[in-house]
Design a protein around this ligand. Structure first.
Ligand SMILES: Cc1cc2nc3c(=O)[nH]c(=O)nc-3n(C[C@H](O)[C@H](O)[C@H](O)COP(=O)(O)OP(=O)(O)OC[C@H]3O[C@@H](n4cnc5c(N)ncnc54)[C@H](O)[C@@H]3O)c2cc1C
Length: 534
């Protein structure tokens, strides 16, 4: 499979000259009429952290606490929760952005909530008892004699997914083909490959799965090499699998490892050919503003200890205390703590630590990161739609360089009238990061409109406002060799009084991994401070 070449070149060209995607450079009146802006990630402050790490200024305001958590993504907030549960109350969480939640933050456009990043959580299975227990604690599920009973209001309503394929919308994301076709035979072949490979053991979170030489073998190949070696060559199936990789890992099958592709299916619902008995759709929890309610629920009990607008730019391990310097608006704060949990991406951790452990430095060098763009489009009404399956929660266009869009109002209980809000997702090759960061809001909007015009011809006429976030370094790509790297495995125990908590420690990013690494780091610190970990 050549994800690589074609898609990368296409996306690269699209970033350079967005109008080519639509095949015409027709000036459109949306530019004079539509509101919008870049929102969310503060790349400027992030880059200031990079530039100031070596030179902490004098004259900082002194603050102190027992445990300092740097970063308030799901991992940092989960660490705070674990500290609190272990009886540690003197902690502070410092967050660079104006809001807590990291990649799981939400947004609103004239009162309509929408996501800035993560938008769903698959129902956690028995391998994730901590997450199940927390979801019960916050009222999303009840423990019954027969197992967990989920609050239906937050389970993704039907119809869940549709694909625009051969000129019409179809139900589900895998192209529907004739039962006797060679594509269907390949679907079955892949289902068997996943069932066989799944016997090696896969779980979410990954910490609950075994790691054997056979897993390591899988991690040496790209997903594309593994598929080829196993006789999977059908273009429709390959396009679907490439989409799955881009959607979860930010990079296609030619870039991520075979372990990552196998894990995608084998840790959840497996894979079955359409028409075969099993329903392989994930029941998922979702909200109009994506996973933001999960981040808010994690933060709520300790909201007074989460300090936003604090960009930590240097951490020094001294003989007694650990010192962290942070920009706090116009002033600089100098925090002292007995222990620090660094819950930022690992490349930032390697940067801000004055003496980063070698394992951290090696991992930060090895880890490639996918840039993402998330665009929220407010429309005055539903746009014209192509024939076939009705508007669903997730709407994907076969062959598109984007990841499609999510209907932010899908979970509404009543009939939606008036303005609509859809969220378009794009993952870019890491080589396109600079161009993405330099792109104008107008060109980004044009890129999105050109992509969606094929299914909604009057989209630009319906458009009122477009708020777009760029996550320049959104997530670690699970490239071959990363998950099995000895350096990555060594990071959590590589410093005595500094712990690390971030989805990066799993080589890829989802809620379950972030939550688990936060809890693990919180327990480590609780033990170090003489508290019984929970
Ligand atoms: C577009 C997108 C869509 C996604 N969709 C899903 C989804 O649907 N479901 C899912 O499970 N996962 C999804 N993910 C993955 C998502 O990353 C994880 O679910 C999770 O939110 C990661 O949490 P984290 O704590 O590991 O990292 P992050 O979210 O990266 O948190 C790190 C935090 O550290 C802060 N920080 C960084 N540097 C500093 C500093 N110097 N000082 C202070 N603070 C700092 C950051 O601002 C951030 O808040 C998505 C990710 C993206 C980008």
């Amino acid at each position: 499979m050549t994800e690589g070449a074609t898609r990368r070149e296409f996306l690269g060209a699209a970033l350079a000259a967005p109008a080519i995607l639509g095949g015409c450079a027709r000036p459109d009146d949306w530019r004079t009429r539509v509101d919008g802006r870049w929102i969310g990630d503060n790349a400027q402050l992030g880059h200031r952290v990079r530039d100031m790490a070596a030179n902490p200024p004098a004259g900082a305001r002194e603050r102190r606490c027992d445990v300092l958590v740097v970063g308030s993504g799901i991992a940092g907030l989960s660490a705070a929760r674990t500290l609190h549960a272990a009886g540690i109350t003197d902690f502070a969480v410092l967050e660079l952005e104006a809001d807590a939640g990291g990649n799981s933050r939400g947004h609103a456009m004239r009162g309509l909530p929408c996501p800035l990043g993560a938008h769903y959580l698959p129902l956690p299975g028995p391998a994730a008892p901590d997450i199940q227990a927390w979801l019960v604690e916050i009222g999303l599920a009840k423990q019954t004699a027969t197992g967990l009973k989920w609050d239906e209001r937050h389970l993704c309503h039907s119809p869940q997914e549709r694909l625009f394929f051969e000129g019409r919308w179809q139900d589900g994301l895998l192209p529907n083909v004739a039962r006797a076709s060679s594509t269907q035979a390949q679907y079955r072949r892949f289902a068997k490959l996943i069932a066989d490979t799944g016997r090696l053991g896969f779980a979410l979170p990954t910490a609950r799965a075994p790691w054997t030489p056979a897993h390591e073998q899988l991690d040496r190949l790209t997903a594309a090499q593994w598929l080829l070696a196993n006789g999977i060559a059908d273009p429709l199936l390959l396009a679907y699998l490439d989409y799955c990789c881009r959607d979860d890992y930010g990079a296609g099958a030619a870039t991520v490892s075979a372990w990552a592709l196998a894990h995608y299916f084998a840790s959840r619902h497996g894979f079955s050919a359409p028409g075969d008995d099993t329903d392989d759709r994930d029941p998922v929890l979702t909200w109009p503003d994506g996973n933001a309610p999960l981040a808010q629920a994690l933060r709520r009990p300790y909201a007074d200890r989460v300090f936003t607008g604090r960009a930590v730019f240097r951490i020094d391990e001294g003989l007694n205390d650990i010192t962290a310097w942070a920009f706090a608006g116009a002033e600089v704060e100098r925090w002292s703590a007995k222990h620090v949990i660094v819950a930022t991406p690992l490349f930032i951790a390697a940067h801000v630590l004055r003496a980063p452990p070698p394992a951290l430095v090696a991992t930060a060098r090895q880890q490639r990161r996918a840039p993402w763009m998330v665009a929220n489009l407010r429309l005055d009404d539903l746009p014209l739609d192509r024939v076939g399956a009705p508007l669903s929660w997730d709407n994907v266009i076969h062959g598109s360089p984007s990841l499609g869009y999510v209907d932010a109002q899908h979970q509404s209980l009543g009939r939606v009238v008036g303005p609509r809000l859809i969220t378009a997702y794009w993952a870019f090759p890491d080589t396109a990061r600079k161009r993405l960061l330099e792109m104008s809001w107008q060109d980004a909007t044009q890129l999105i409109l050109d992509d969606l015009r094929v299914v909604h011809p009057d989209l630009s006429e319906r458009l009122q406002q477009v708020d777009i976030v760029r996550h320049g370094h959104a997530m670690s790509i699970p490239t071959p060799g990363l998950r099995s790297s000895a350096a990555l495995a060594a990071v959590p125990g590589s410093a005595a009084r500094v712990s690390f908590a971030h989805a990066d420690l799993s080589a890829y990013s989802v809620f379950e991994e972030a939550f688990t690494h936060g809890a693990t780091a919180g327990r480590r610190v609780a033990r170090a401070l003489g508290h019984a970990p929970v």
